[in-house]
Design a binder for this molecule. Structure first.
Ligand code: ATP
Length: 141
């Protein structure tokens, strides 16, 4: 069993119907929801989380968006959770993904390349960092 860290971004977290649909998709795909937390990021928290992108053209837009409304962080567990969650959410860029991977979460619910519904940690190292970022009380082991 492996854990991963997911975020429901503000474009979907504001809508209970979409949160419900994503939850169904998570469970249908045999992930366990270990922990979840609904919160709002002050800009400084979003900047900290995405500091690796600080030089990218979309950084300000991303920080503004991620601090514009509620988000939900989830710890999900499954065998191959990191890879399987990335497959279930689909590629980053929504306009393309709507055509190439329409059944993924981003393909169904993403709005733009920035407002792309969800996040998924991309490595075990990221999972450790991101779980500590959202759930300092959780012992990853
Ligand atoms: P995430 O880290 O959210 O799972 P990712 O690993 O698929 O996404 P990254 O390259 O790490 O993608 O980018 C982080 C986030 O920055 C993306 O999820 C998206 O919201 C935004 N982003 C990335 N590329 C672009 C782009 N070309 N234009 C606009 N926004 C972008």
């Amino acid at each position: 069993m492996q854990i991963t860290l997911a975020i429901l971004k503000p474009d979907v977290a504001v809508n209970p119907h979409i949160v419900y649909a994503i939850d169904k998709s998570i469970l249908r795909n045999k992930f366990l929801i270990i922990k979840r937390k609904r919160l709002r990021w002050p800009k400084a928290r979003a900047e900290q989380f995405y500091f690796q992108h600080a030089q990218r053209f979309f950084y300000r837009r991303l920080v503004e968006f991620m601090s514009s409304g509620p988000i939900e962080a989830l710890i999900l567990a499954k065998r191959n959770a990191i890879q399987d969650w990335r497959l279930l959410i689909g590629p980053t860029k929504v306009y393309k993904t709507q055509h190439t991977n329409p059944n993924t979460i981003r393909g169904q619910f993403g709005l733009t390349d920035t407002r792309n519904a969800v996040h998924g940690a991309d490595s075990e190292e990221s999972v450790h960092e991101e779980v500590a970022f959202f759930f300092p009380e959780f012992d990853v082991g």
